[in-house]
Design a protein around this ligand. Structure first.
Ligand code: ZN
Ligand code: ZN
Length: 258
């Protein structure tokens, strides 16, 4: 039998299995459980509450702007013009709101891998111009104790899903956390930066693979940027040539306490 035919049969078998599974478990909205046409989607009502990051937005922090007038010549917002992030550019698919918060919490603590595919689909669109040929996807690391609590690193799942859609390679264990960081949510910006400083490092066995590379750092949410800054510093120290950041959602300044 020709390989082509074998592939066709495998693909037909796969489709039959999907139809069988969807008969047993009809696809439902990721958020509210309403019927949808295909697994991994939101229903129309939930999708309508999602806020996409659209132009104009700052190229450095991904923050949407009310008007293009708030961006300088290089496409940076006022905050980034006066204090640019350590990384080059950032892209976010969504702004963080109640719907995205629920989706991320389900994804983080609910063992729901189908969320990764949903986020990744929109992250690939938002990050089209930074997901360049030869870019390497590196997820923000999670400490192994927290990994035991959560069973997986959601950023690594996102990186893998983005890799699958973009065809780019991912290096899931390029970065590691050296010490357990305290729960950062209660900390001020300055305290977070202090806590994160030196907490993240490039794994010694991965440095040769990182040297000279263009890395796209992947995470679920970009809040203060403290974690992404620590990762970027560690990547540059390992010889990476350029770091961009790609996240599912960016937190607006007035939402940072959600
Ligand atoms: Zn829904
Ligand atoms: Zn900015």
């Amino acid at each position: 039998m020709l390989p082509h035919n074998r592939q066709t049969i495998t693909s037909i078998a796969g489709k039959c299995a999907n139809v069988f599974l969807e008969t047993l478990y009809p696809p439902v909205c990721l958020l509210c459980g309403a019927d949808v046409v295909q697994t991994g989607l939101l229903c129309g009502a939930c999708f309508g509450q999602v806020w996409f990051v659209t132009q104009p937005f700052c190229r450095a922090c991904a923050m949407p702007q009310i008007s293009a007038d708030s961006l300088g010549k290089k496409g940076l917002c006022f905050a980034c013009e006066s204090h640019a992030p350590l990384w080059e550019q950032a892209r976010a698919a969504f702004t963080y709101n109640t719907v995205i918060r629920h989706l991320i919490l389900q994804f983080k603590y609910g063992d729901r891998e189908e969320h990764a595919a949903f986020f990744a689909r929109h992250m690939v669109q938002a990050g089209a111009d930074i997901l360049q040929k030869n870019a390497l996807l590196v997820p923000v690391p999670v400490h192994r104790w927290r990994l035991l609590q959560r069973k997986y690193n959601q950023a690594a799942w996102l990186a893998r899903a983005v890799a699958r859609l973009s065809g780019l390679p991912t290096l899931p264990d390029a970065l590691m956390r050296r010490q357990r960081t305290a729960r950062l949510a209660r900390f001020s910006r300055r305290e977070r930066q202090h806590e994160m400083h030196h907490a993240i490092t490039a794994r010694a066995t991965r440095r040769a693979m990182l040297a000279g590379q263009h890395v796209v750092l992947v995470d679920d949410v970009l809040t203060t940027g403290a974690t992404a800054t620590a990762c970027t510093r560690a990547l540059y120290e390992a010889g990476v040539a350029r770091v961009d950041v790609l996240v599912a959602a960016v937190v607006l300044p007035d939402e940072k306490d959600i």
